[in-house]
Design a protein around this ligand. Structure first.
Ligand code: NAP
Length: 285
């Protein structure tokens, strides 16, 4: 292996520590303690684990947690009403609706009801619009985590050729918009892209967000490139990314492992968004 590893666990820990210190200073100066409300509908085990992890992380950095765990048979109106209450609650600086919701509930519509000022997941249409227009706003956590990793490892973004495989609203599109804002030259690939391997081979920065285990091979990687693997795939061999790590690490200059790369950054950026939301909501004196 020739590539240097990007240690997402260590960077996420640094970000959490910075957020903890920021909250301490903010509250000592009279600022209202940031609060994060999580809304979980149903008993999906994986979702419950994610939400519990987010609440735990909040407690560790001094964010007040408001966990709303609703039964699977809750009506859409009941969730809607809860979101309305949370939008109006001054103690709540950020609201996170855990997706997916049960089939009878339209999670994507409900997301649109979250006050954009409290949209710490950065997934409402307003947040997406602000990002697309390059205006200030809350950015989606995983894409923001990708940019944070690139920054902390001093990867040059301006003028760099960035190729993203995947165009989801959750990852691919916002990563592209964030890289464009950093003046990278961005190519976004998807399932209809022709000669994907050759497009990838142009990349100084290659980002895989596909959801297909080890699809991106080492032969697709330009020597010395930075490879960011957003994929999380559970296979019989354990957790693997969208990049074939062994072959890619032999060619890349920098590479994220799975697990321990992008994954830990998502919660860290959620915590940071929650503090930023609290500060932006504070009444001006
Ligand atoms: P998604 O919504 O399923 O989107 C996948 C994208 O990959 C789509 O744009 C799709 O193209 C494209 N694609 C599928 N097959 C392809 C192929 N053969 N060639 C080229 N492109 C192809 O997935 P997502 O939500 O973006 O997630 C992607 C991965 O990231 C998953 O493994 C997910 O678990 C992981 N993830 C990790 C985190 C984290 O915290 N680290 C957070 C979110 C997601 P079309 O648009 O043409 O269908």
């Amino acid at each position: 292996m020739s590539a240097r590893l990007i240690d997402g666990k260590a960077v996420a820990q640094q970000v959490r520590e910075e957020v903890r210190a920021e909250i301490e200073t903010w509250c000592a100066g009279g600022g209202r303690r940031p609060g994060l409300a999580t809304v979980l509908v149903g008993e999906d085990a994986a979702s419950a684990v994610y939400v519990a992890g987010k609440q735990r992380a909040c407690a560790e950095v001094g964010i007040e947690g408001f966990a709303h765990n609703l039964p699977a048979d809750s009506s859409q109106e009941a969730v809607q009403e809860l979101l309305r209450e949370l939008n109006a609650d001054d103690r709540v600086s950020g609201i996170l609706l855990q997706l997916p919701t049960p089939a009878h509930i339209d999670g994507s519509y409900l997301t649109t009801l979250i006050d954009p000022a409290k949209d710490v997941d950065g997934l409402t249409p307003v947040s997406a619009g602000l990002l697309a227009k390059g205006l200030p706003g809350l950015r989606p956590c995983t894409p923001a985590g990708v940019i944070e990793l690139l920054r902390r490892y001093e990867v040059a973004l301006e003028g760099a050729e960035a190729v993203i495989v995947g165009r989801s609203d959750l990852v691919g599109k916002p990563v592209g918009a964030l890289l464009l804002a950093e003046n990278a030259t961005v190519t976004t690939c998807h399932s209809r892209t022709r000669e994907l391997d050759q497009v990838c081979a142009r990349a100084d920065i290659l980002i895989a967000a596909v959801g297909r285990p080890e699809m991106v091979k080492g032969t697709w990687v330009k020597p010395g490139a930075t490879v960011i693997d957003v994929g999380i795939n559970r296979t019989e061999a354990g957790l693997v990314g969208d990049v074939e790590f062994a072959s890619a690490a032999g060619v890349a200059g920098l590479i994220t492992p799975v697990p321990g790369g992008v994954g830990p950054m998502t919660i860290a950026m959620l915590l940071r968004n929650t503090v930023e939301a609290a500060q932006a909501q504070a009444p001006r004196g």
